[in-house]
Design a binder for this molecule. Structure first.
Ligand SMILES: Cc1cc2nc3c(=O)[nH]c(=O)nc-3n(C[C@H](O)[C@H](O)[C@H](O)COP(=O)(O)OP(=O)(O)OC[C@H]3O[C@@H](n4cnc5c(N)ncnc54)[C@H](O)[C@@H]3O)c2cc1C
Length: 400
């Protein structure tokens, strides 16, 4: 894999030069402590800048972006963006990955034309309405009901943890269309316009005091039949492809940012007094910890390379995506906890949030609290362990 990437040195130079010219100078200072509105405007402008260069969605087909990138070129782009400290398009994550994936996988040509250009050209934000108060890990037991009445489905129910729903125009919605079928077979997948009457969105404050995810209350919400993706009652299959997206290519840039962040840890160990007042980096125990963390970050990258190899040769990411999600989220947690502890009291201050920042921003206490995002969302780590034990190791299924 490495050799294949090395062969792309001209392309890498091109992307590196673009990053040098276009990653907004001083954006970290400007976005530290920025309001939600300022962060949204900033991300929209960054999306437009990337769009102009054909870099907003390197994994999309050229039909929509004007330029097609090979898988390896996508890797180079993610690596160079991470190295250049480029802003993260967090608010567009669902639009760029999940919505694209669902529409390409199961949408009609008309649905693709209706929605994909609006994402790239107008910065349309999407959210995901899968989880419910009694259906998270066991998502297939969801209860939100969609009843067909003529040309529309009438939807009633409640969703929860819908990230950025308060800023979104559309929602990828799962609802039950056949309550009598076995639970995985009675679910359909919808494209819901959040401005439809009957939709109520209530933000939830998280443990860092920010409001990123929301509850959605749906009361007699009418969704036109042509806003269903795929066949009626086939939503589970499409949802699974959406969920596996969350565990594979999305992690490319965060994994790379972790590699870049290791240098921040080294700097922290140089500038923080250790035992006896000497810089912490001179302490044997700290040096050993640094080596261990570095080895874990390198291992993560090797796992990512294995997934990429699998994608290159078979077109599917295989079970590595669950392993990578599990491993990334746990390293992220150990890494940010270590930095928050090593940095002492100064690192534990709740410093201002960095809008559009990476998951490892150097605001250690917030980074550590935020790291829980990754161990819970996209299927908790316990669920990933179940998947790995059953599908990779061939162990007996857990009793149901
Ligand atoms: C930051 C964040 C963003 C999110 N964004 C979205 C979003 O945009 N859209 C959306 O639809 N959802 C979103 N979610 C919801 C997320 O998908 C669910 O929280 C997750 O699937 C877990 O479901 P739950 O919270 O209902 O926990 P539960 O399923 O109730 O699980 C509770 C605990 O029990 C464990 N557990 C459950 N079942 C098993 C089992 N079979 N074996 C072993 N342990 C088990 C779990 O691991 C967990 O520790 C988000 C969550 C977070 C934290």
């Amino acid at each position: 894999m490495l050799a294949e990437l090395e062969a792309l040195s001209d392309f890498r130079r091109e992307i590196r030069a673009w990053c040098q010219d276009h990653v907004p100078v001083g954006w970290v200072a400007r976005m530290t402590g920025a309001s939600v509105e300022e962060s949204l405007v900033f991300q929209r402008e960054w999306l437009a800048e990337l769009r102009q260069a054909g870099l907003a969605a390197p994994h999309w087909s050229s039909e929509w972006t004007g330029r097609e990138y090979t898988l390896l070129e996508q890797v180079v782009i993610a690596e160079e963006m991470a190295r250049a400290g480029a802003p993260r398009l967090g608010v567009y994550l669902i639009s760029l990955f999940h919505t694209y994936g669902a529409l390409v996988h199961a949408g009609t040509e008309e649905q693709r034309r209706r929605h994909l250009p609006a994402i790239l050209d107008e910065g349309e934000i999407w959210c995901q309405g899968f989880s419910e108060p009694s259906a998270g890990s066991d998502l297939a037991s969801l209860r939100t009901r969609a009843e067909r009445r003529g040309d529309v489905y009438v939807v009633n129910g409640q969703k929860v943890w819908s990230t950025y729903a308060m800023h979104a125009r559309h929602c990828l919605l799962l609802a039950r269309t056949d309550p009598d079928a076995p639970k995985h077979r009675g679910i359909s997948y919808f494209l819901l316009d959040l401005e439809t009457p009957g939709v109520e969105i209530r933000p939830i404050r998280d443990l860092t005091s920010r409001e990123e995810f929301c509850e959605l209350f749906l009361t007699d919400v009418e969704i036109p039949v042509d806003c269903r993706i795929g066949e009626e009652n086939q939503g589970w299959r499409i949802a699974n492809s959406t969920l596996s997206t969350e565990r594979s290519m999305i992690l490319l840039m965060p994994a790379e940012q972790l590699r870049v962040a290791f240098q921040m840890l080294v700097e922290l160990a140089r500038s923080t007094p250790g035992p006896g007042g000497k810089p912490a980096i001179e302490d044997t125990g700290v040096r050993r910890d640094l080596v261990d963390l570095h080895a874990e970050i390198v291992n993560l990258r090797l796992l990512v390379n294995r997934m990429l190899s699998e994608l290159l040769h078979t077109g599917g990411e295989g079970p590595e995506s669950s392993i990578i999600k599990l491993y990334y989220s746990e390293i992220l947690q150990r890494f940010t906890r270590y930095c928050a502890e090593l940095g002492g009291m100064a690192a534990q201050e709740l410093a201002p949030w960095l809008g559009a920042g990476p998951y490892v921003s150097g605001v250690w206490e917030l980074d550590f609290l935020n790291s829980y995002t990754w161990t819970i969302s996209a299927g908790t780590n316990e669920i990933q362990r179940n998947i790995i034990s059953e599908q990779v190791l061939g162990m007996p299924r857990e009793p149901r």
